[in-house]
Design a protein around this ligand. Structure first.
Ligand SMILES: Nc1ncnc2c1ncn2[C@@H]1O[C@H](COP(=O)(O)OP(=O)(O)OP(=O)(O)O)[C@@H](O)[C@H]1O
Length: 336
């Protein structure tokens, strides 16, 4: 587990210090794929460097499995740093060496050789799906494949944590998928805790279990991605849920109108038709749509409801775990 407590970090600025991190608190479970998302200069890379023990904070603590890293120096600091591998946004490979040679380099520096080195390199090349490319040169691969080589290299010495700072930077959007899949496999198959930073909420929606949103060095929301989807005003929800562009005037034709967020296969497919049947109301979808967050189907719909029991139907939908925002209240005109 990584625990970040009241982390504050500033840099000297032209007239006054730049506060890159302000009182940041995070708890990241072992084996999680945790996203940190925020706009440019919001503090993501600074957070990654402080957690990687590459930089000291002004105030606050980073604990790795309960160990307070502030008190470490010398050999114990080097050992702790070895537990945290860092994938830079633009990792460089050695163009003169093969893919396997690039991946083996950290083990060579640690003096691991012979069959142990071959086994470890083989294992991580398999994990990133590049076993067949082991003897090729970096120049023969695409940028997205080279990023996977860099991930294999970061993982080869068996770190407990991988800090993937903007892991899809510079990669065409349609090639980002395999890079994210590899991070997910690192967590699932090696048990590595992955901390991923990105400017794009959509990337968090594809692979992360939990997320913290940074803005000007502050955490402005955090939690599991699915919980945040149902949280009013959540930035992550705004990014990941389908937009509703139905004019509000269109809701006037209904007794009641509401925006409804539905999460999970059973809920998305069945809740609205069941409410309609159970309460004898006409329930029309007049905006929004479906999306997928990780493997979970989610929906945000604007619905119009006609019928005497419109309020009861909406209350029942909310009781079943959907997030319901009421929009219009006309008289319930249709007698049941
Ligand atoms: N070494 C440094 N010296 C001075 N200022 C720095 C340094 N590193 C970061 N900063 C400043 O700290 C703030 C946060 O920067 P940081 O790089 O952590 O943000 P970021 O969210 O990773 O941005 P991006 O998405 O553009 O990479 C910015 O105002 C940046 O200019």
């Amino acid at each position: 587990m990584i625990t970040v407590e009241n982390l504050t970090k500033s840099f000297p600025g032209k007239s006054s210090p730049v506060l890159a991190l302000r009182e940041v608190n995070l708890e990241i479970d072992a084996g999680a794929l945790y996203g940190v998302v925020g706009p440019a200069k919001s503090g993501k890379s600074t957070l990654a460097r402080v957690v990687a023990l590459q930089e000291k904070p002004d105030r606050g603590t980073v604990r790795l499995d309960g160990l307070n890293t502030a008190s470490l120096d010398g050999r114990r600091l080097r050992e702790a740093r070895r537990q945290v591998a860092v994938l830079d946004p633009a990792p460089a490979l050695n163009a003169e060496r093969t893919i396997a040679g690039n991946v083996a380099a950290p083990l060579e520096r640690l003096g691991v050789d012979g069959p142990q080195r071959r086994n470890r390199v083989g294992r991580v090349l398999d994990l990133v799906g590049l076993t067949q490319r082991a003897t090729q040169q970096p120049g023969e691969l695409t940028e997205a494949q080279r990023r996977r080589v860099a991930i294999a290299r970061a993982l080869v010495a068996g770190p407990a944590v991988l800090l993937a700072d903007d892991p899809t930077a510079g990669i065409p959007a349609d090639e980002a998928g395999p890079v994210l899949t590899v991070l997910d496999r690192a967590r699932a198959e090696l048990g590595v805790t992955v901390l991923l930073t990105t400017q794009e909420g959509s990337i968090v929606g594809r692979v992360c279990d939990e997320v913290a949103v940074l803005d000007s060095g502050r955490v402005i929301e955090h939690g599991t991605v699915l919980d945040l989807l149902a949280s009013p005003g959540s930035r992550i929800a705004e990014t990941l849920l389908p937009a509703i562009d139905t004019p509000r005037a269109q809701t006037a034709a209904y007794d009641r109108a509401a925006d409804v967020v539905l999460i999970g296969f059973a809920t998305v497919g069945a809740l609205l038709p069941e409410a309609s049947m159970r309460f004898g109301v006409e329930l029309a979808t007049i905006g929004g749509g479906l999306a997928r967050v990780g493997d979970t189907p989610v929906a945000r719909f604007r619905i119009g409801v006609r019928g005497r029991q419109a309020d009861s139907a909406l209350a029942w939908i909310a009781d079943r775990g959907a997030h319901v925002t009421h929009l219009a209240k006309g008289p319930c005109s249709v007698a049941a």
